[in-house]
Write a protein that binds this ligand. Sequence first.
Ligand code: 4UU
Length: 531
Amino acid sequence: MSFRSPYPDVEIPEKSVHEFLFGDLTEDDLSRPALIDGPSGAVTDYRTLVAHIDLVAGALAARGVQVGDVVALHSPNVPAFASVFHGILRAGAVATTVNALYTADDIAKQLTDSEATMLFTVSPLLPQAKAAAEQVGLAADRIVVLDGAEGHESLKDLLTEGNSAPEVSFDPATHLAVLPYSSGTTGRPKGVMLTHRNLVANVSQVQPRMGAGRDDVLLAVLPFFHIYGMTVLLNLGLKVRATLVTMPKFDLEMFLRLTTEKKITFLFIAPPVAVALAKHPLVEQYDISSVRCVFSGAAALDENLGNAVAQRLHTKVRQGYGMSELSPVSHAIPFDGDDVPLSSCGAAVANSENKIVDPATGEEVAYPAAGSSEVSAPGELWIKGPNVMVGYLRNEQATADTLDSDGYLHTGDIAVVDGNGNVSIVDRLKELIKYKGYQVPPAELESLLLTHPDIADAAVIGVLDDEGEEVPKAFVVLQQGASLTEDDVISFVAEKVAPHKKVRRVQFIDTVPKSASGKILRKDLRAAETV
Ligand code: 4UU
């Protein structure tokens, strides 16, 4: 017995992402601002955006990119991201978006695994992009540097060729649109196969209740390369003809200044930004009264923190839950959901159903009576709907471990549900760590720690810092006679990983607790943390 979304089903158009988003632009839409580059103020209207998308698609086709080929996009948030991202999809190719914080090794792994045949990057990220391309044998003429760099084509070069978009045909129901990387419930990052239908569905499922429309100005600080920014800003934001103001990285002063100057109405954030909004003295120095709604997702938002933001900013605060494998939004508190507790992530989005399953017994928990404010017992949240991924790229085992034969995706998150269908995430079954909303796969850090000659064994889990935010903590077993300090371990890792994957706490232990089959017993380590 599952429980369904309380909302009526919505129609999911059988269209490609491009047709769905831009197929019905009106004359009025065309002259509206689609993107504003935060730092420079440069405006791209919808007319220019769609023209550039066509030109990028044409340039890709001219370089031999065919339907189904994978193209990597490695860039912080700049307006050109939208032209390239949608240009790739327009050409029938598949966009694999690469985290802008990644090291050369991280990028190389994704290029190899996704079999990307071209790479778009920006000049500040070129050193690591180039090193990665060299590692995997991708030639310099397959690297386009958006803002230009010696020895590479620039976006301007592609646009001025004037190639029109190719005629392509594919089935939106099955054709892949994007391949973001996620470590899922276990192991290393894997390519998440999302179709055009997945992306079109998720915007259709969420948009009617999100409350954002054509008069809204959205601050696009959440990275477009991550599924949250991709679907909610680049797809939903553009679908409703809102204006996106891009910020290449988070900086509180710029965030507040742009919010004031551009009269931002919707802020999409992850919880660490809520901490700043609730507490930082700088906030008082700006008039950010244009903000109507702050929407948080990608990690747990503390209810008191969310309410503190609402009070200080005199605005609505909403929470959503999502996962790359779900395109990503599966739950969201609606814009008009003033009565929904902020401790929850709201109800299941339209056209979807959920189960909450006791991991110990494999049985569904009992659901509270309709309308009751009681909550169910906790269990793993399972989700079924048109936004559920096809599977992990070339990884049948991981796919089978995550998607069951009834079409339910096992999230690896522990949830409870109340009698109104509002779901709250209360714990995590899977090993994944979220640092500021970014994924940190513990398996990756554990194998890196084991490469240190003085480390005999290691396990990494997420623990809460003083602000209640999750940080990666390493439990380290030293080799006999070795004498490393905590700082030695922290800097050993910091030199080799992207900043968000740094180990931020270290504890030396005698043995890593393991099951009979050799699996790290993370729950034992976690339990010891909370006493
Ligand atoms: C507790 O983080 C995301 C997607 C987030 C998102 C997007 C659009 C949230 C709301 C929205 O509207 O994707 P991933 O794949 O990087 O990480 C997924 C994991 C989840 O399995 C869960 O463990 O991130 C965690 N997570 C949350 N946890 C995501 N949102 C929440 C949340 N509370 N609200």
